[in-house]
Write a protein that binds this ligand. Sequence first.
Ligand code: AMP
Length: 405
Amino acid sequence: MRRRKISNAIIVINAGSSSIKFSLFADETRQLELFLKGQIEGLRTDNAHFIARHPAGDVVGERHWTGPEAGAFDHDAATRFLMAFINTHLEGHVVEAVGHRIVHGGGDFTAPAALNAAALDRLATLVPLAPLHQAHNLAPARSILATTPGLFQVGCFDTAFHATQPPLAQAFALPAEITDRGVRRYGFHGLSYEYIASQLPTLGLGDAKVIVAHLGNGASLCAMDHGRSMASTMGFTAVEGLPMGTRSGTLDPGVLLYLMDEMHMGPRDLEKLLYQRSGLLGVSGISSDMRTLETSGEPRARLAVDLFTYRIGREIGSLAAAMGGLDALVFTAGIGENSAGVRAAVCGHAAWLGLEMDDGANAHPQPGAHRLSTPSSRVSAWIVPTDEELMIARHTRRLLTGATP
Ligand code: AMP
């Protein structure tokens, strides 16, 4: 009797403060192929919502929870629900591993790593370095460890890609007794940058000096030389650098001293201000969402967008200096891939570097990676859609099979 071939699947989990996203990749022909994705949003609110779709967009499962039932829905309960759902929608596959996105790996985790109880405990000590993300990233892994201890789990870190930065790019000008505690610049969005780096050779940019602009709700820039991170706008925490949806980005540290002395703000007040009340939302007073700001006629909305693109322009100059030149600028993530207005303004700020945008290509980008600059532009500009989930699935499979990168 012929036995039916059973193929393997890898689950990728990306947990945020109020949502958990999952993707399911089939690992059949040594090609990882997405076959199901979904998310639960509104955890611990009065309105939680789950939806799962095939890549073509058709809905495979959907559910709402309201009132106290939704309020009791935390990361553990949501993970158990998702795993039960996935197990009944495997379409003949067998789950071989779960890969998790984890924002901070600190100084110890500079490459993807197997997650057991000891690793999760070590990663939990980094919660103060990423107060908005780390604990939530770890929660589903703990939940799966409790329910399915034999399932192989892998942590993939947003800091890891930046481990190649030269020591000077990682340093703060602080006394050794502080820097010796690990107070240094780490950099984030590393899974997105690593995916983009994997695409650069296909664009003829494998050995180029490239600045990648990851512009989403979180936003940062990364200077890459030969596909390796040389510097980034984010540092010790994911609040440094560019203004973001709700995060301030870089501030004069004297502002914090002023707020503590004159407005009697404590650490938690400052955390809320810097992470949740600033950036596009704080400046506009309207929204953290770029689509809303771009269609608003309010001058404060315009100011927020202008400040965002101005700061990106200044940081491009800084990162080009850190690399000693620039060959290409790549836009990615929600704003970078979709906002022609932001891309045009940023490229305008980079014109002095020799970047000449093709307005038609910018206004009507093609699907997939796409060039935005004129053929004669000295510095080229591109959209490259990012895929952090695929990057996590690749790492997870590599650890599972023991293959070298
Ligand atoms: P991300 O965090 O990568 O999902 O990106 C979220 C950001 O992308 C939000 O500020 C959205 O407003 C923005 N975004 C998504 N689609 C568009 C669009 N078509 N035009 C402008 N901004 C967009």
